[in-house]
Design a protein around this ligand. Structure first.
Ligand SMILES: Cc1ncc(COP(=O)(O)OP(=O)(O)O)c(N)n1
Ligand SMILES: Cc1ncsc1CCOP(=O)(O)O
Ligand SMILES: [Mg+2]
Length: 217
């Protein structure tokens, strides 16, 4: 069964212009591209999403596009999903908005502990992301939470669990061995001058892992 690769944008951790880097990642096999620009005004994120959607369509790329936090932009641009962070609207509220807008995107959220993960599933999240699993440049002051904690969350939940934090082609096999449904990365793809090659390398390592995700993403 396939596991998925999410690539998350970070304007401070990329070598190429951001949209170009994300399109290259999609060419290399990224399944989901998430626009995560916490400090950008709505109009800027909206424009970035539109550009990315257009470039993916022009290149015939099937990668799905998600946005971090901004349910309004997800609905306005008919995105494939929204990823809710700790300070985002509550899951139940976003589900209600989804229904009212007749939008069909998925709603995921970040969790940092098993209790939060169980609660997110109860609240109706379509998937959760747990991390950071390994040391990550994004969280230099917080100790990594590790593979054991990831495995416990996978075992406890019936929705897909995506792993994040410090994941690359050298350790992705151990991550997928937990039964999680996929991975999310920034540095392994964006912090390179060849995001396409890096995505291909990571997808090849994922394929070699012969993973058996508990649930498909
Ligand atoms: C797929 C995916 N997983 C995790 C994150 C991290 O979310 P973040 O915006 O950092 O959320 P909080 O840590 O603030 O709760 C993500 N963006 N995407
Ligand atoms: C946003 C986020 N949340 C937990 S770890 C992380 C950063 C992931 O980046 P990298 O893949 O470079 O460790
Ligand atoms: Mg975070």
């Amino acid at each position: 069964m396939n596991t998925v690769l999410h690539v998350i944008s970070d304007r401070n951790r990329r070598r190429l212009p951001l949209v170009d880097a994300l399109v290259e990642a999609a060419k290399g096999g990224a399944d989901v591209i998430q626009i995560r620009e916490k400090k950008a005004p709505a109009s800027e994120t909206y424009t970035q999403v539109k550009q990315l959607q257009q470039h993916l369509a022009t290149n015939g790329l099937a990668a799905r596009v998600y946005v971090n936090d901004r349910t309004d932009i997800a609905i306005a641009t008919d995105m494939d999903g929204v990823h809710l962070a700790a300070k985002s609207l509550p899951i139940e509220t976003v589900k209600a908005l989804r229904g009212r807008a007749n939008w069909h995107g998925r709603i995921g959220c970040s969790v940092h502990h098993i209790d939060e993960a169980v609660q997110a599933e109860k609240d109706g999240a379509d998937y959760v992301t747990f991390g950071h699993v390994f040391a990550s440049e994004s969280h230099p002051d917080i100790p990594p939470r590790g593979l054991y904690a990831l495995r416990r969350i996978v075992e406890a939940l019936s929705i897909p669990v995506i792993a994040i934090g410090g994941i690359d082609h050298t350790n992705v096999g151990a991550v997928l061995d937990t039964g999680c449904s996929g991975i999310a990365v920034i540095g392994a793809i964006l912090d390179t001058t060849d995001p396409r090659g890096a995505a291909e390398e990571l997808k090849a390592a994922m394929a070699r892992a012969d993973a058996h995700p508990k649930v498909p993403f």
